[in-house]
Design a protein. Structure first.
Lengths: 123, 375
């Protein structure tokens, strides 16, 4: 599984693409594969203020439920309506069309590099 | 292999083959089992539409034989096994003295004085212990053959055609076409004995094949070669769970446990009261207390499924708990099984499930949720 080098990663198996003080957030392909076929995605509302580490959404597969954690404190600025309509995008394109939320970030979080994340998952 | 807890995780004789197929694995009852090869949904649909092949070699198997084997089984388990015909199988419950379930079993009659008992992997020890202990006053012999027995489950509308095409499979006098549901016949694959039962855990037509571990890989390959052109795919435990849930089949530890009576789980038919004494009989006759919860089906709408252990309410009153649930791949809506207060167990009853803090409406429904069209 190839990990994009331009993304930052968290130990909660999320990825962030930073663009100024806004981040696009999704779950990694590794996390999507562990979940199995994603059949339901619940995302926060645009404008919602979130605290780092809090649960802001759910990613549900036929087999289990995964939580989406806010990777930092900030405000939700966008959600991916396509993925709500077609949850399988999380499996098919976790790092692209399967993105979940966009948010402003109050303070940049400590992120893992692609290599560090790969070491964490052992893949 | 030893996991982080220091416990040994076992592998089936097909492990390398699963790895080569790119399977993801999960720990199940101390075994590393294939959870999926490609996609849970694709494998689920394949079993409903064509066929799937499962490695369920983790299951436990016991051979029971001897002059008093029928009397012994009638005493040791819930169903009436002494009168079943050679080749017949019966779903049975191993009960404790309180009428709770130690394990659910399939028992095949394989000889005039011989039966073959299939138990859950996670209950191998308690089931074996209970059977051994109950055998003390009978002239019978028990052998735990789990370690040398592999089990492949071939399930789906193309299962029969697949089996007919397997090269190297010889059946005896009874042709496969006459093998009825819940019957088994002895056969040989490449000279090795194989027991073929028309049984399964998916709600589809299908077969379960028991063979010595030494022949598990070639049998798997022969089945895949025969069924591949018909749409047969390897199928993992993830889809096995959604398939059995749609078919309303209980899973030990979810719908069955040591403190719930068979009748509460809708399994009164697996208990014979006319056959004489058996372990748990008094408790079963007495029945559960007034208001004891009963197993029901639940149907929701939307895509969010009730899951095991979620609580069920009628208004503000807690009335039950979910035992299994998923978004049904076949039906497209959420389904679940649950134990609820009998007052709220009528079909059509509206209830609410607490799905991680959100109350979602559900309706009580008859089981099973899915039934295949019979020919």
């Amino acid at each position: 599984m190839s990990l994009p080098n331009d993304l930052g990663y968290t130990a909660e198996h999320e990825w962030l693409r930073m663009d100024g003080d806004e981040a696009t957030v999704g779950i990694t392909a590794y996390a999507a594969e562990k979940l199995g076929d994603v059949v339901y995605v619940d995302l926060p509302k645009v404008g919602q203020k979130v605290t780092a580490g809090s649960v802001v959404g759910e990613i549900e597969s036929t087999k289990s439920v995964g939580e989406l954690f806010a990777p930092a404190s900030g405000t939700i600025t966008g959600v991916n309506d396509s993925v709500v309509a077609s949850p399988e995008l999380v499996n098919h394109d976790a790092f692209g069309q399967g993105w979940l939320i966009k948010m402003t970030i109050d303070e940049a979080p400590q992120l893992l590099t692609a290599d560090e994340y790969a070491a964490l998952t052992g893949e | 292999m030893v996991d982080s807890l220091g416990t040994t995780s076992r592998q089936t004789p097909l492990h390398s083959l699963h790895e080569a197929l790119g399977a993801s694995f999960t720990d199940f009852a101390g075994w590393q089992m294939p959870v999926r090869y490609t996609s849970d949904l694709a494998e689920h649909h394949a079993v409903r539409d064509t066929a799937g092949l499962f490695d369920v070699s983790h299951m436990a198997e016991f051979e029971v034989s001897g002059p008093q084997v029928g009397e012994f089984l009638d005493y040791a388990v819930s169903s009436w096994l002494s009168p079943i015909e050679l080749g017949q199988a019966k779903y049975s419950l191993l009960l404790n003295e309180s009428g709770g379930v130690i394990d659910d079993l399939i028992v095949y009659r394989t000889g005039p004085f011989q039966y073959f008992v299939v138990a859950n992997a996670g209950n191998r020890e308690p089931a074996w212990t209970a059977l051994k202990q109950r055998a003390q006053d009978f002239d019978v012999e028990l052998h735990d053959v789990s370690d040398q027995t592999a089990l492949l489950a071939l399930q789906g509308p193309k299962a029969y055609e697949t089996l007919m095409r397997v090269f190297g499979l010889e059946v005896g006098k009874t042709p496969l076409s006459e093998l009825k549901y819940y019957r088994a016949i002895p056969a040989r694959f490449e000279g090795e004995p194989v027991l073929i039962g028309r049984t399964g855990y998916t709600g589809e037509d299908g077969f379960e094949l028991f063979i010595d571990v030494s022949h598990a890989v070639p049998l798997w390959q022969a089945l895949m070669n025969a069924g591949g052109p018909l749409g047969l795919v390897p199928a993992g435990l993830a889809c096995r769970d959604t398939l059995r849930l749609e078919a309303g089949m209980p899973l030990y530890g979810h719908e069955l446990n040591a403190t719930t009576l068979p009748v509460q789980a809708g399994l009164g038919r697996a208990v014979s009261l006319v056959k004489g004494n058996f372990v748990g009989r008094d408790a079963v006759v007495e029945g559960p207390g007034f208001g004891a919860p009963v197993l029901v089906g639940l149907i929701g709408d939307g895509r969010r499924a009730p899951r095991a252990d979620y609580r069920i309410f009628s208004g503000d009153v807690p009335v039950g708990v979910v035992t299994s649930g998923a978004l049904s791949p076949t039906l497209g809506y959420p389904i679940a099984m649950a134990f609820v207060d009998p007052e709220f167990a009528e079909s059509g009853q509206g209830l609410e499930v607490d799905v991680r803090g959100t109350r979602l409406p559900v309706v009580v429904a008859d089981l099973p949720f899915y039934q295949r069209k019979k020919n």
